[in-house]
Design a protein around this ligand. Structure first.
Ligand SMILES: CC(C)(COP(=O)(O)OP(=O)(O)OC[C@H]1O[C@@H](n2cnc3c(N)ncnc32)[C@H](O)[C@@H]1OP(=O)(O)O)[C@@H](O)C(=O)NCCC(=O)NCCS
Length: 126
């Protein structure tokens, strides 16, 4: 049974500007060390940071919650399998809410161009 879906679109240039202004302070607040390492491996890191930011916001939308409601973006992590397929790994309050709601499966898809990054999340309840 579908619990919720969420979608988000990010302007990568906006992310790039925030990184230029705030550097590690911004990155460490929003992204995990694994995400930062993954994005920095790529020529244009902001594309991949943008996609991960979109994934975090899409998860919140799928849960029906917004920022400032106890879930930290850093607790919503995107990890890639060897094939490249992304998945969400949750910790802290994000993990607790998923358990509380009985969500059994989380599906994530990402796409990006140089300018924009987008994510789609589908939450399933058994
Ligand atoms: C998956 C694939 C169709 C992506 O299409 P694309 O148009 O090139 O790129 P998009 O911008 O739409 O999507 C990129 C995102 O697709 C996702 N992706 C990559 N491989 C994936 C896969 N096997 N399954 C699902 N999603 C995948 C990633 O999240 C990636 O973004 P990220 O690197 O920031 O995490 C393409 O990369 C492909 O054919 N891959 C085949 C698998 C492969 O060659 N793997 C190599 C390692 S074995």
């Amino acid at each position: 049974m579908i619990y919720g879906t969420g979608i988000d679109l990010v302007d990568n240039r906006r992310i790039e500007k925030i990184i230029e202004k705030w550097g590690d302070k911004f990155l460490d607040r929003i992204f995990t060390p694994g995400e930062i390492a993954y994005c920095r491996k790529h020529a244009q890191a902001s594309i991949h940071f943008g996609a991960r930011f979109a994934a975090k916001e899409s998860f919140l939308k799928a849960m029906g919650i917004g920022l400032g409601q106890g879930v930290r973006l850093r607790d919503i992590e995107v990890a890639n399998a060897e094939s490249g397929k992304p998945e969400l790994i949750l910790s802290g309050e994000a993990h607790r809410r998923v358990l509380d709601e009985g969500i059994a499966d989380i599906h994530l898809s990402l796409t990006h161009t140089e300018k924009y990054a987008s994510a789609f999340v589908l939450l399933e309840k058994k």
